[in-house]
Design a protein around this ligand. Structure first.
Ligand SMILES: Cc1cc2nc3c(=O)[nH]c(=O)nc-3n(C[C@H](O)[C@H](O)[C@H](O)COP(=O)(O)O)c2cc1C
Length: 161
Protein backbone atom coordinates (compact mmCIF):
# COMPACT_ATOMS: atom_id res chain seq x y z
CA UNK A 1 0.00 0.00 0.00
CA UNK A 2 1.40 3.43 -0.98
CA UNK A 3 1.07 6.77 0.80
CA UNK A 4 -0.63 8.37 -2.18
CA UNK A 5 -3.48 10.71 -1.44
CA UNK A 6 -5.92 9.43 -4.02
CA UNK A 7 -9.08 10.70 -5.64
CA UNK A 8 -11.49 8.98 -8.02
CA UNK A 9 -13.10 11.58 -10.31
CA UNK A 10 -15.94 10.25 -12.39
CA UNK A 11 -19.06 11.00 -14.34
CA UNK A 12 -21.80 8.39 -14.57
CA UNK A 13 -25.04 8.70 -16.44
CA UNK A 14 -26.56 5.33 -15.55
CA UNK A 15 -24.55 4.02 -12.60
CA UNK A 16 -21.82 1.82 -14.12
CA UNK A 17 -18.94 4.25 -13.72
CA UNK A 18 -20.22 5.16 -10.25
CA UNK A 19 -20.19 1.49 -9.22
CA UNK A 20 -16.58 1.17 -10.38
CA UNK A 21 -15.57 4.44 -8.69
CA UNK A 22 -16.92 3.15 -5.39
CA UNK A 23 -15.16 -0.20 -5.82
CA UNK A 24 -11.81 1.52 -6.49
CA UNK A 25 -12.29 3.98 -3.64
CA UNK A 26 -12.97 1.17 -1.20
CA UNK A 27 -10.00 -0.88 -2.38
CA UNK A 28 -7.34 1.87 -2.19
CA UNK A 29 -9.01 4.14 0.37
CA UNK A 30 -9.49 6.99 -2.10
CA UNK A 31 -11.88 9.93 -1.94
CA UNK A 32 -14.46 10.30 -4.70
CA UNK A 33 -15.65 13.27 -6.70
CA UNK A 34 -18.73 12.71 -8.81
CA UNK A 35 -19.07 15.16 -11.68
CA UNK A 36 -22.71 16.14 -12.01
CA UNK A 37 -24.35 18.17 -14.74
CA UNK A 38 -26.99 20.79 -14.06
CA UNK A 39 -29.19 19.26 -16.80
CA UNK A 40 -29.61 15.50 -17.41
CA UNK A 41 -29.77 13.85 -20.81
CA UNK A 42 -33.27 12.95 -22.04
CA UNK A 43 -34.62 9.63 -20.71
CA UNK A 44 -35.72 8.16 -24.06
CA UNK A 45 -32.88 6.04 -25.49
CA UNK A 46 -32.80 7.54 -28.98
CA UNK A 47 -32.67 11.15 -27.75
CA UNK A 48 -30.20 10.26 -25.02
CA UNK A 49 -27.77 8.69 -27.50
CA UNK A 50 -28.34 11.45 -30.03
CA UNK A 51 -27.85 14.41 -27.67
CA UNK A 52 -24.95 12.80 -25.77
CA UNK A 53 -23.30 11.78 -29.03
CA UNK A 54 -23.69 15.29 -30.48
CA UNK A 55 -22.21 16.83 -27.33
CA UNK A 56 -19.10 14.69 -27.80
CA UNK A 57 -18.80 15.38 -31.52
CA UNK A 58 -19.18 19.14 -31.02
CA UNK A 59 -17.02 19.14 -27.87
CA UNK A 60 -19.80 20.74 -25.83
CA UNK A 61 -19.17 21.68 -22.24
CA UNK A 62 -22.39 21.06 -20.32
CA UNK A 63 -22.72 23.09 -17.15
CA UNK A 64 -21.60 21.26 -14.00
CA UNK A 65 -22.70 21.51 -10.39
CA UNK A 66 -19.99 22.82 -8.03
CA UNK A 67 -17.30 20.34 -6.88
CA UNK A 68 -16.86 19.44 -3.24
CA UNK A 69 -13.19 18.41 -3.62
CA UNK A 70 -10.17 19.99 -5.25
CA UNK A 71 -8.39 17.45 -7.48
CA UNK A 72 -5.12 19.39 -7.27
CA UNK A 73 -4.89 18.41 -3.56
CA UNK A 74 -4.27 14.76 -4.56
CA UNK A 75 -1.20 12.78 -5.75
CA UNK A 76 -3.02 10.05 -7.64
CA UNK A 77 -6.15 10.87 -9.64
CA UNK A 78 -8.22 8.08 -11.14
CA UNK A 79 -10.59 9.37 -13.81
CA UNK A 80 -13.60 7.35 -14.92
CA UNK A 81 -16.13 7.88 -17.68
CA UNK A 82 -18.76 6.10 -19.71
CA UNK A 83 -17.85 5.81 -23.39
CA UNK A 84 -19.95 8.20 -25.47
CA UNK A 85 -19.58 8.23 -29.25
CA UNK A 86 -16.27 6.33 -28.93
CA UNK A 87 -14.80 8.94 -26.57
CA UNK A 88 -15.14 10.27 -23.03
CA UNK A 89 -18.47 11.75 -21.92
CA UNK A 90 -19.00 15.48 -22.54
CA UNK A 91 -19.21 16.51 -18.84
CA UNK A 92 -15.52 15.60 -18.62
CA UNK A 93 -14.87 18.23 -21.32
CA UNK A 94 -16.17 20.80 -18.90
CA UNK A 95 -14.17 19.29 -16.07
CA UNK A 96 -10.90 19.32 -18.05
CA UNK A 97 -11.50 22.94 -19.05
CA UNK A 98 -12.06 24.01 -15.43
CA UNK A 99 -9.36 22.04 -13.60
CA UNK A 100 -5.72 22.15 -14.68
CA UNK A 101 -4.25 18.73 -13.90
CA UNK A 102 -0.47 18.67 -14.22
CA UNK A 103 2.37 16.59 -12.79
CA UNK A 104 -0.01 14.06 -11.24
CA UNK A 105 -0.15 10.28 -11.31
CA UNK A 106 -3.18 9.41 -13.41
CA UNK A 107 -5.09 6.19 -14.01
CA UNK A 108 -8.05 5.95 -16.37
CA UNK A 109 -11.05 3.67 -16.58
CA UNK A 110 -14.07 3.57 -18.82
CA UNK A 111 -17.37 1.73 -18.94
CA UNK A 112 -18.77 0.92 -22.36
CA UNK A 113 -21.49 -1.04 -24.05
CA UNK A 114 -19.19 -2.38 -26.76
CA UNK A 115 -15.75 -0.85 -27.01
CA UNK A 116 -13.61 1.98 -25.65
CA UNK A 117 -12.94 3.47 -29.10
CA UNK A 118 -10.63 6.49 -28.66
CA UNK A 119 -11.62 7.17 -25.05
CA UNK A 120 -8.20 6.65 -23.44
CA UNK A 121 -6.30 8.14 -26.38
CA UNK A 122 -8.40 11.33 -26.21
CA UNK A 123 -8.16 11.56 -22.42
CA UNK A 124 -4.40 11.16 -22.51
CA UNK A 125 -4.18 13.91 -25.11
CA UNK A 126 -6.03 16.36 -22.94
CA UNK A 127 -4.07 15.27 -19.86
CA UNK A 128 -0.56 15.71 -21.28
CA UNK A 129 2.00 16.58 -18.63
CA UNK A 130 0.93 13.81 -16.25
CA UNK A 131 2.25 10.32 -15.55
CA UNK A 132 -0.10 7.54 -16.66
CA UNK A 133 -0.20 4.44 -14.50
CA UNK A 134 -2.84 2.32 -16.15
CA UNK A 135 -6.13 1.91 -17.98
CA UNK A 136 -9.12 -0.30 -17.35
CA UNK A 137 -12.03 -0.95 -19.70
CA UNK A 138 -15.20 -2.56 -18.40
CA UNK A 139 -18.15 -3.67 -20.48
CA UNK A 140 -21.48 -2.91 -18.76
CA UNK A 141 -20.07 -3.78 -15.31
CA UNK A 142 -23.47 -3.64 -13.59
CA UNK A 143 -24.42 -6.71 -15.66
CA UNK A 144 -21.60 -8.78 -14.14
CA UNK A 145 -20.96 -7.25 -10.76
CA UNK A 146 -18.84 -9.99 -9.15
CA UNK A 147 -16.49 -10.28 -12.10
CA UNK A 148 -16.22 -6.48 -12.40
CA UNK A 149 -15.44 -6.07 -8.71
CA UNK A 150 -12.71 -8.71 -8.96
CA UNK A 151 -11.15 -7.13 -12.06
CA UNK A 152 -11.38 -3.61 -10.64
CA UNK A 153 -9.87 -4.48 -7.27
CA UNK A 154 -6.96 -6.26 -8.92
CA UNK A 155 -6.33 -3.26 -11.20
CA UNK A 156 -6.67 -0.75 -8.36
CA UNK A 157 -3.96 -2.55 -6.41
CA UNK A 158 -1.56 -2.33 -9.37
CA UNK A 159 -1.94 1.45 -9.74
CA UNK A 160 -1.56 2.01 -6.01
CA UNK A 161 1.51 -0.16 -5.43
C1 LIG B 1 -24.79 9.21 -25.26
C2 LIG B 1 -24.26 7.82 -25.17
C3 LIG B 1 -23.33 7.37 -26.12
C4 LIG B 1 -22.77 6.09 -26.03
N1 LIG B 1 -21.81 5.72 -26.94
C5 LIG B 1 -21.20 4.51 -26.81
C6 LIG B 1 -20.13 4.13 -27.70
O1 LIG B 1 -19.75 4.85 -28.61
N2 LIG B 1 -19.55 2.91 -27.52
C7 LIG B 1 -19.93 2.05 -26.51
O2 LIG B 1 -19.35 0.97 -26.39
N3 LIG B 1 -20.93 2.39 -25.65
C8 LIG B 1 -21.56 3.59 -25.76
N4 LIG B 1 -22.56 3.95 -24.87
C9 LIG B 1 -22.90 3.03 -23.78
C10 LIG B 1 -22.23 3.43 -22.46
O3 LIG B 1 -20.86 3.67 -22.64
C11 LIG B 1 -22.39 2.29 -21.42
O4 LIG B 1 -23.75 2.01 -21.25
C12 LIG B 1 -21.74 2.64 -20.10
O5 LIG B 1 -21.62 1.47 -19.33
C13 LIG B 1 -22.56 3.66 -19.31
O6 LIG B 1 -21.87 4.04 -18.15
P1 LIG B 1 -22.62 4.83 -16.96
O7 LIG B 1 -23.67 3.88 -16.42
O8 LIG B 1 -21.56 5.12 -15.95
O9 LIG B 1 -23.24 6.05 -17.51
C14 LIG B 1 -23.16 5.21 -24.97
C15 LIG B 1 -24.12 5.65 -24.04
C16 LIG B 1 -24.64 6.93 -24.12
C17 LIG B 1 -25.65 7.40 -23.09
Amino acid sequence: MSNNKSLVVYFSQSGNSKFIAETIAQEIKADTLEIKTRKSLPKATFFKLFIGGMQVIFKSKPELLPFDKNPTDYDLIIIGTPVWASSYASPLNTFFSKVQINGKKIALYCCCGGSQGKTFENMKNVLKGNQFLGELELKSPLNSKEESIRKTREWARTINS
